[in-house]
Design a protein around this ligand. Structure first.
Ligand SMILES: NC(=O)c1ccc[n+]([C@@H]2O[C@H](COP(=O)([O-])OP(=O)(O)OC[C@H]3O[C@@H](n4cnc5c(N)ncnc54)[C@H](OP(=O)(O)O)[C@@H]3O)[C@@H](O)[C@H]2O)c1
Length: 342
């Protein structure tokens, strides 16, 4: 006996992964509903061996469900989440709409599980940005061991971070470059096939992008506002899997061996770190996996108390759908959901 769950945005890159992961982790589901826009009514999506037909968000009765996993745009969530929450279910939202709202917990279960207990204020829990999620999983156990002073991150973000349109654009441009010449960019500002773009989101007045600002704001909210964090976000022609080159300065000494041992024991992390061709992780290998992978751990030779590392994860999983399902599991463990069908 379990919960009645609705996945809103079920035809999208994250929504489909949410359905896969609910099934993979055996989440106690009594009823499952796939919801998308009106144009997708009747479109079929898989839930394990079952096929679900999508329902229209405008006509669905959300008082029938206990948990809503939502992965649509921020604009949609701003409008719809309060209306849906008023009907009773908890909303676990993947968009950026609510992340910095002081009355909405922003949760990565390995990092700040206790904050989830505050969800009833607005009925919403926010999932962080995909690049932040994998970063804080790797930083948290190190910060617990020796306080982190400053972090410098460069991201290598896959096109699936921009949804199914981003994946289609890389696919279409790659074919076009080979067959007909380059096709015009639509989702990304410049050609992404055979290129990298040092810009994600929109420019802020200070010259950083909103994607970069999300990473420090969300890290401060979940982990520690005292950590100084500076970021450059880059889009790369990879379908799935975000990578990050991370330089971490600590308040005291920590060796690469100590960091390796700490990370090996930490939840959600796999350390793959040997000095040979199989001894580091790439996004291709992380695709479809649950873990945050840490490789290339080494001491920064230019200043004391500083490490470099390479952090890779499947952005559609730990960066989005898996983290959302883990939040639902956490609420069940904490006993903070009313189990309607007991
Ligand atoms: N991709 C990532 O790595 C990632 C990571 C973290 C967070 N996120 C966030 O998660 C959200 C979804 O991302 P995505 O990558 O899955 O996008 P996506 O592949 O473009 O999918 C968007 C989904 O939203 C649905 N939708 C759009 N307009 C709708 C409406 N008016 N009513 C109901 N459903 C509507 C679409 O349904 P139709 O097919 O019917 O249009 C589709 O199911 C975004 O806020 C994104 O920023 C994404």
């Amino acid at each position: 006996m379990g919960y009645r769950v609705a996945v809103v945005g079920a035809t999208g890159s994250v929504g489909r992964e949410m359905l896969n992961i609910l099934e993979e982790v055996n989440f106690p589901v009594d009823e499952i509903h796939a919801i998308a826009s009106r144009k997708s009514m009747g479109v079929e999506v898989s839930f394990g061996e079952k096929i679900l037909k999508c329902k229209d968000v405008d006509t669905f009765d959300f008082s029938r469900v206990d948990i809503v996993l939502m992965s649509v745009s921020g604009k949609f969530s701003k409008e719809w989440s309060p209306k849906i929450a008023a009907q009773g279910p908890v909303i676990i939202d993947n968009s950026s709409a609510w992340r910095m709202d002081p009355d909405v917990p922003l949760i990565v279960p390995e990092v700040n599980p206790e904050a989830a207990r505050g969800w009833r204020k607005k009925g919403i829990i926010a999932n962080p940005n995909c690049s932040t999620a994998q970063l804080v999983v790797a930083l948290k156990p190190l910060h617990d061991a020796v306080k982190i002073k400053r972090v410098v991150v460069s991201t290598y973000q896959s096109v699936s971070g921009a949804g199914k349109e981003g994946m289609d654009e890389l696919w279409d441009q790659t074919k076009a470059v080979y067959m007909l010449g380059a096709s015009a960019p639509k989702t990304f500002p410049k050609q992404i096939a055979f290129n990298v773009i040092p810009f994600i989101g929109a420019f802020n007045e200070d010259g950083y992008t909103d994607e970069e600002a999300k990473m420090w704001n969300e890290t401060h909210k979940m982990l520690d506002p005292a950590i100084k964090l500076t970021v450059t976000c880059v889009r790369v022609p990879v379908m799935v899997g975000h990578s990050e080159a991370v330089n971490i300065e600590f308040e005291g000494p920590i060796s690469d061996d100590e960091a390796r041992d700490i990370l090996r024991e930490a939840p959600g992390i796999q350390v793959i770190d040997k000095r040979d061709d199989k001894g580091y992780m790439t996004p291709k290998e992380a695709q479809g996996e649950f873990a945050v992978y840490v490789s290339r751990i080494r001491e920064d030779l230019t200043q004391p108390n500083t490490l470099n590392m390479w952090v890779v994860s499947d952005n559609l999983r730990k960066g989005a759908a898996l983290n959302a399902v883990q939040i639902a599991q956490l609420l069940v463990e904490q006993g903070s959901l009313t189990k309607v069908i007991a």
